[in-house]
Write a protein that binds this ligand. Structure first.
Ligand code: NAP
Length: 258
């Protein structure tokens, strides 16, 4: 049960943070993993760290998901290396702050280009091979921010993360006849390098409002992604699943047990 050995997996945004956690879980499970991102230095560092974690191969691919040609080149490079694509983890995303009153059209476009169009372009580029796989899997990294919650300064981001779910639902219907499932993970606050830089006080304050009492880890997201990629998850599609330690549940901070 639950084997991912030999599967060909693409993780966009796999060089850092949550994507690197996802890539690490798939690598440990024996999959062949392609780490895709823009910075080749970060890709190289991730590939070195993941090398030897599991039985499968790990490669790096430079790609910008907001560019459809770049996504097609990414898919071609993965197929060259691994012979096909079974799983796409469309995880790459950006979250620059921009208060609504001062947000520029360019700031809005940039977030939608990467977070929304980037999902669509990556799926389109990988689709011929996901179909050929006979059990293709698409796993989107959305967020609790947008689909469930809001946060001042991130209205464009929240809109993009909710838009991913709209895309997911119709993609799941369109691709079901080809035995491809499309699901989304909604992370809560996950302890990535970027968040760690915010300092201990900030992190402790965040942990206090999470019923589980701690931030999540990139591997927490990777474990759900890995399950959704298994043959056993073939009947789960079009679902948005929060992985947040219960963060969205309290009515107020007082509702969290001390
Ligand atoms: P991160 O540490 O900043 O990593 C982002 C990754 O995406 C990097 O590998 C980055 O590499 C890549 N990337 C950014 N723009 C790209 C583009 N145009 N094309 C290809 N790759 C691109 O971010 P993270 O916190 O792990 O977030 C990953 C995903 O989780 C995002 O979709 C985010 O919205 C979601 N999320 C995060 C949290 C959290 O607490 N961290 C919570 C909820 C949801 P390059 O810059 O080199 O391209």
């Amino acid at each position: 049960m639950f084997s991912l050995a030999g599967k060909s997996v693409v993780v966009t945004g796999g060089s850092k943070g949550i994507g690197r956690g996802i890539a690490s879980v798939f690598a440990a499970a024996g999959a062949n993993v392609a780490v895709a991102a823009r910075s080749t230095a970060d890709i190289d560092a991730a590939v070195s760290a993941l090398d030897g974690v599991g039985e499968g191969a790990v490669i790096g691919v430079a790609a910008d998901v907001s560019d459809p040609d770049s996504c097609r080149a990414m898919a071609a490079a993965v197929v060259d290396a691994f012979g096909g694509i079974d799983v796409l983890c469309a995880n790459a995303g950006i979250f620059p702050e921009a208060p609504l009153a001062t947000m520029t059209p360019e700031e809005l476009a940039q977030v939608l280009d990467v977070n929304v169009k980037g999902n669509v372009f990556a799926v389109q580029a990988c689709l011929p091979w996901l179909i050929a796989s006979g059990r293709g899997r698409v796993i989107l990294t959305s967020s609790i921010t947008g689909p469930i919650t809001g946060f001042p300064g991130w209205s464009h981001y929240g809109a993009s993360k909710a838009a991913q779910l709209g895309f997911m639902r119709t993609a799941a219907i369109e691709l079901a006849p080809q035995a491809i499932t499309v699901n989304a993970i909604l992370p809560g606050n996950i302890l990535t390098e970027g968040l760690a830089d915010m300092g201990d006080d900030y992190l402790a304050g965040m942990a206090r409002v999470i019923p589980a009492g701690a931030l999540g880890t990139p591997a927490d997201i990777g474990h759900l992604a890995a399950f959704l990629a298994t043959d056993e998850a073939a009947y789960i599609t079009g679902q948005a699943i929060a992985v947040d330690g219960g963060q969205v549940l309290p009515e107020s901070p007082d509702a969290v047990a001390p």
